[in-house]
Design a protein around this ligand. Structure first.
Ligand code: HEC
Ligand code: HEC
Length: 358
């Protein structure tokens, strides 16, 4: 027992020593790892997310993230002796669902072999504490992470009545002021083709939204649903429901990929927006979306959105005594039921439950 333990220790030491020089570029591995961040985290006290935290994943072995509930398929593979080595992790990352059918890691995989090796080398360097060893890059990072001065020590600003805060810098305003309007106001210069968008989408979006925008598991569906808006269960997608292309661009640039928002370049957002149009049958595969042709693209459901005129309506501007009873000649008609919309959880009995809103 002791012997095998010390042998194992020796092996770990040997691996660590052999692992380090194999890294071509930590920064590259770390950058490639960004595509995993929507589901995984790394770092001191990294929490589990949709996937387990990956601190020291090699040393702790498969299934070793505390408090993370792995899928049954994954646990079975561990029981059958699965181990993380360069080779096995390479195979897993190539196509997780082939390596462990029914794993919860519904991710198409990393196709490029070198990319996989960079990622694996990076994962190897991350210790159980979530820290990288003291490489040059890490030292540089540390410098940036100087502790901030305590609020109590900060100088009290002279301006304003409350002497709070400071005037925002132009860069700060620019970073925050990123909304894009339907008429194209706010669009950055740039362009992207459906073809380029395919790459952006497959590497950064398909893991959750599915290769064809069909949505993996319970992640949102991004394509299809045409002519379903009047159905009992409308399928609301960009193509079937959203009013303006500017909403798609703004949303993706602001919030996606989930967990790694604002990581795409403007051209990548143009490209992936073009690809989403393609998935929704709005453009051909050779289409290129640019800041110039952007507003010429109209989404099919735009006409069904109307301007909010409530403030100008007679009842709010004129009627000082709003009608509260019998205001309509005809009886009210129920047009939709919360139960059908799936808003209200099912009860044992549908009848007579005060919690069920009809
Ligand atoms: C869509 C979410 C998602 C993405 C994206 C994703 N993973 Fe995972 N990953 C998971 C889930 C969920 C599991 C747990 C698998 C199970 O329980 O079946 C997992 C498991 C793992 C494991 C095994 C962990 C352990 O404790 O043994 C490794 C290693 C891993 N992922 C690496 C990666 C890498 C590297 C990437 C990026 C190239 C990545 N994953 C991208 C969701 C994801
Ligand atoms: C880790 C999973 C994940 C990844 C990767 C991801 N998304 Fe999402 N996406 C989500 C989730 C979750 C939502 C819903 C968020 C919400 O409603 O707050 C969403 C919502 C969306 C929506 C709005 C859908 C709707 O009808 O409301 C769009 C559009 C979208 N994502 C595009 C993208 C694009 C483009 C990418 C790649 C650049 C991407 N997503 C990557 C998880 C992901």
């Amino acid at each position: 027992m002791l012997r095998s333990l010390s042998l194992r220790l020796l092996l770990v030491v040997a691996c660590a020593a052999a692992g380090a020089p194999a890294v071509a570029d930590v920064a590259k591995g770390e950058k490639l790892y960004r595509q995993c961040q929507g589901c995984h985290s790394i770092g001191p006290d990294a929490p589990n997310g949709f996937g387990p935290q990956l601190n020291g994943v090699f040393e702790r072995g498969p299934g070793g993230a505390e408090k993370y509930s792995y899928s049954a398929a994954f646990n079975r593979a561990v029981k059958q002796g699965m181990r993380w080595t360069d080779a096995s992790l390479d195979e897993f990352l190539t196509a997780p669902l082939n390596y462990i059918p029914e794993t919860r890691m519904a991710y198409p995989g990393v196709k490029n072999r070198e990319d996989r090796q960079e990622i694996i080398a990076y994962l190897k360097l991350v210790g159980p504490d979530g820290e990288l060893p003291e490489t040059e890059k890490v030292k540089a990072n540390r410098k940036r992470k100087q502790p901030r001065p305590l609020a109590a020590e900060a100088e009290i600003p002279a301006h304003g009545v409350l002497h709070l805060g400071r005037v925002a810098l132009p860069e700060e305003i620019a970073a925050w002021d990123i909304d894009i309007r339907p008429d194209g106001q706010g669009l950055p210069e740039g362009s992207g083709s459906v073809i380029d968008g395919t790459d952006v989408y497959e590497s950064g979006c398909a893991a959750c939204h599915g290769i064809f925008g069909e949505g993996m598991g319970r992640w949102p569906v991004l394509a299809g649903g045409h002519d379903t808006l009047t159905d009992d269960r409308p399928e609301k997608t960009i193509g079937s429901y959203w009013p303006y292309l500017s909403t798609v661009f703004d949303y993706v640039r602001r919030a996606m990929p989930f967990g790694n928002a604002r990581s795409l370049s403007d051209d990548d957002v143009y490209a992936v927006t073009a690809y989403l149009l393609y998935l929704n049958d709005q453009v051909d595969e050779d289409f290129v979306l640019t800041s110039e042709n952007f507003t010429s693209i109209r989404l099919p459901n735009e006409g069904n959105f109307i301007t909010d005129t409530r403030l100008a309506e007679v009842k709010t501007t004129v009627a000082s005594d709003p009608c509260m009873t019998d205001c309509f000649d005809e009886p009210a008609v129920v047009t939709q039921r919360a139960r059908i919309l799936d808003v209200t959880p099912d009860k044992d009995t549908d009848e007579g439950s005060s919690a069920t809103i009809d």
